[in-house]
Design a protein around this ligand. Sequence first.
Ligand SMILES: Nc1ncnc2c1ncn2[C@@H]1O[C@H](COP(=O)(O)OP(=O)(O)O)[C@@H](O)[C@H]1O
Ligand SMILES: [Mg+2]
Length: 278
Amino acid sequence: MTQTASDTAPAGAPSGTPLLQLEGIRKRFGAVEVLRGVDLTLRSGQVTALVGDNGAGKSTLIKAVAGIYTIDDGRMLWEGRHVTVHNPKDAAALGIEVVYQDLALADNLDVVQNMFLGRERRRGLLLDEDSMEKSAGETLASLQVTTVRSVRQPVASLSGGQRQSVAVAKAVMWNSKLVILDEPTAALGVSQTRQVLDLVKRLGERGLAVLIVSHNLNDVFEVADRIAVLRLGEMVADVARGDVDSQSVVELMTTGRSDRLTADGPAPTSSAASREDA
Ligand SMILES: Nc1ncnc2c1ncn2[C@@H]1O[C@H](COP(=O)(O)OP(=O)(O)O)[C@@H](O)[C@H]1O
Ligand SMILES: [Mg+2]
């Protein structure tokens, strides 16, 4: 990871500085440009929902931030400093944790083992099981995840909602600053979705930045402080939840514009909106 500005930047970012700023992110797969100059600003304590039709580039954008894909162009600023994330380890070192829909956890391991996977605590030559078990339990309790009966049960025995909760708790336990969730409720029933959405809200209240991809606009309007709309690889809006309704979000997703937004609502801060006006 290179932090080109880190030598000159002051220690501890000023409070007004966004946690993460993406500027002009481009990514192509062969001849297809999947991300076409995407800007996005994420702040600590805010939940941002990333919405867009299938194929809009949401997962690609997340994977770029997570260091799974290398971007072709654009800049990433983390706490105001220019960073280059080459791989998931770089992302984790910054404090970025991604919860994927399916790959989040290892089925055959228990909750504690999953939460400490690859970062086990040791005491001499042995694993410090007591201490890990205690921390895992405390983290789950602090997030009010109460439905997981035992932290020693294998993850395979958990419901989908519980699995997502454990994956999120893992991110919290490792002091992540940004938690990204890609369609966390897609496979969940009503009450499990409830659990995960409550948890997402709590992460924001704890001061973490959250980026959540969701198809469900009801969910989006319930948890998000901001809504970012990606369409065909371009960010067509990045607005406060209160400035849009679900119909205008659908319009933005499908056509890239919403007259309701520009006519009635406050002007969006979106770069795409200003590009359109230019
Ligand atoms: N690894 C890849 N190789 C080639 N094309 C890809 C790859 N990943 C995604 N794409 C293409 O990029 C576009 C955006 O995909 P994706 O980011 O998964 O969209 P979303 O998550 O918004 O549904 C799609 O057209 C998809 O087919
Ligand atoms: Mg996707």
